[in-house]
Design a protein. Structure first.
Length: 264
């Protein structure tokens, strides 16, 4: 049997965003897929420093993190796209001018620049704190750096000017809606991460399977023929995927993997 590569988003795909639990059927399906010889990877927007222990305890073969900016295989770094500090500083200063809050994601430390948007990152930081992460510190001028970042904005922010600046700086804007967006270097995405991994394992694109739920999964959902959207996912992505499975809390992962013959 030809080797398969499986890639899973975390939030909303493996972890229920309402209960913050991983369904038992998902855990069992992941273990069975590995026993059957599949290579099983996380492919998340989170930096590696925000991949929780309970995810790592599932014994993935590796982790594509930060929308393709960090790739770990068997505990070792395979790829890393580090943005120079001077560029990070320039972005932070432009965010201030445009009255936008910034959350710089990195490993091992993340940096926040707040004060422009009321409650901009409060929910995100509360969730990360509840998961045990305490590596988020205030921005330090001319020291802080990141591999990707998120922004929070409101009606007072000059989003149009900031987006034009990002285009000139060769960054991709991923709208997460409700005043929140992810910003990634144009050279990186969840799709480029898949290519790095499959080339390492000598796996054809047609033998890759991806599972996601939201707009930052779009690059990998479009890149791989066998793409699965969770039933609880962003429905505007539905026409772009091969399969729409059940909701996360209705055994969506296990059902899709069975339909593909990846597990019994």
């Amino acid at each position: 049997m030809k080797k398969k590569c499986l890639f899973f988003d975390i939030d909303g795909t493996l972890v229920d965003e309402h209960t913050h639990q991983i369904p038992q059927s998902t855990i069992e399906a992941l273990h069975e897929a590995r026993r059957n010889g599949s290579v099983v990877f996380i492919n998340t927007g989170r930096p590696y420093s925000h991949v929780s222990d309970r995810i790592k305890e599932l014994n993935f073969d590796g982790y594509c993190c930060g929308c393709g900016t960090e790739i770990m295989v068997q505990g070792k770094a395979l790829y890393r796209h580090q943005i120079p500090q001077a560029v990070c500083q320039k972005i932070k200063e432009k965010a201030d001018v445009c009255e936008i809050d910034l959350f710089g994601e990195n490993t091992p430390t993340c940096y926040v620049s707040l004060g422009h948007v009321k409650n901009g990152f409060v929910k995100s930081m509360e969730i990360l704190s509840s998961e045990g992460f305490n590596n988020i510190v205030p921005w330090i001028d001319h020291e802080s750096e990141f591999v990707k970042f998120c922004i929070a904005y409101d009606d007072h922010s000059n989003l149009e000017e900031f987006r034009q600046f990002l285009t000139e700086m060769h960054f991709e804007f991923i709208d997460r809606f409700n005043g929140f967006a992810e910003i990634v270097p144009q050279a990186c995405s969840k799709a480029t991460a898949i290519d790095v991994v499959r080339q390492k394992y000598n796996v054809e694109l047609q033998d890759c399977y991806v599972f996601g739920d939201s707009t930052n999964d779009l690059p990998m959902l479009k890149h791989v023929p066998h793409s699965v959207l969770m039933g609880n996912g962003t429905m505007s992505l539905k026409p772009l995927v091969e399969k729409v499975t059940a909701r996360i809390d209705q055994d969506g992962i296990a059902k899709a993997m069975k339909e593909y013959g990846l597990i019994r």
